[in-house]
Design a protein around this ligand. Structure first.
Ligand SMILES: C[S@@+](CC[C@H](N)C(=O)[O-])C[C@H]1O[C@@H](n2cnc3c(N)ncnc32)[C@H](O)[C@@H]1O
Length: 286
């Protein structure tokens, strides 16, 4: 038998030794996942008394702890990621959505809420798990969302998540973003994209990212902006006059993205700072 407090203590120490910054939280989240408790419930239960895990749960926890210690992303172990107010399926082959993208998605949610038509149309270019478009669909009841994803491995998750979370409100398309259907040209209200934007030679330091996020999700050419350029061109084709574009980018790319968008003829080009004051998103109007 293993007590929860004993597991949490030794897993936290092992994760810290492996260089995981969120060691204690990750240990708790693994226990929560396998005991089907949320963090509040776990804390409340432990405040009363320590409790034992049955042999099967203890064995699975140990398997997960070994994989996490080897820097496999926590979300690959649990198979799910929480994003704004939705939970989506993730795993090998698909980019795990990030907290900063939750904030960028908020910029699009605000723009969609201002659309006066009965059924605003939203495109999520480079959809990955589908997190962005599906969060928008869950927060703006009448929005129709279309996600485009190029990687067949990632698209398995895009389509499964669309099927699960927005069966009648959205569709997922496998293909290059530049192939967004021409039938939507000039009809779209909001385009959002979190494209790959890391310059090719800037290999991320975290093993969870460098080893487990797909390269197609990360790297965007010499300056990181190869896919951003295609997003700008494709969004210009899709959006009607007055439609809004939202793009996530790296903190050192604010000026370059503004320049690129102004050169492409966008209006009201703005850089947005995240909670740490870093340039992390651009918006523009068609
Ligand atoms: C940074 S990830 C973002 C995924 C998701 N939108 C999110 O925020 O979690 C970028 C995604 O773009 C996809 N991608 C890269 N190039 C693409 C292209 N030319 N057309 C469509 N999708 C592309 C990658 O496979 C990856 O899933």
């Amino acid at each position: 038998m293993t007590s929860v407090k004993a597991f949490l203590k030794q897993a936290t120490e092992r994760f810290e030794a492996a260089g995981i910054e969120s060691a204690e939280v990750d240990a708790e989240l693994l226990v929560c996942f396998l005991t089907e408790l949320n963090r509040g419930e776990l804390a409340a239960k432990l405040a009363v008394a320590d409790f034992e895990l049955n042999a099967e749960v203890a064995e699975r926890l140990e398997e997960f702890a070994i994989r996490r210690e080897a820097r496999e992303p926590l979300q690959h172990l649990t198979g799910e990621a929480h994003f704004r107010n939705i939970t989506i399926k993730v795993g090998k082959g698909v980019f795990v959505p990030r907290p900063e993208t939750e904030w960028v998605t908020g910029l699009a949610v605000d723009a969609v809420k201002l659309v006066a038509t009965a059924e605003p149309i939203v495109f999520d270019l480079c959809a990955g798990s589908g997190a962005i478009g599906l969060a928008i669909a869950s927060e703006v009841a009448n929005a129709r969302v279309i996600g485009i994803e190029k990687s067949p491995d990632a698209f398995a998750y895009t389509s499964a998540n669309y099927e699960l979370l927005a069966p009648n409100r959205g569709s997922a398309i496998l293909g290059d973003l530049s192939e967004a259907p021409h039938s939507f040209d000039g009809l779209v209200d909001v385009v959002i994209s979190n494209p790959p934007y890391i310059p090719d030679e800037m290999i991320p330091v975290y093993p969870e990212v460098a080893l487990h996020d797909p390269g197609l999700a990360l790297y965007g050419g010499n300056d990181g902006l190869d896919v951003v350029r295609v997003v700008s061109q494709t969004a210009k084709r899709l959006l009607h006059q007055g439609g809004t574009l939202v793009i996530e980018h790296a903190d050192m790319q604010g000026e370059a993205v503004r320049h690129l968008l102004l050169n492409d003829g966008w209006r009201q080009v703005r850089t947005h700072q995240d909670f740490n004051g870093r340039d992390r998103a651009a918006t523009a109007v068609r």
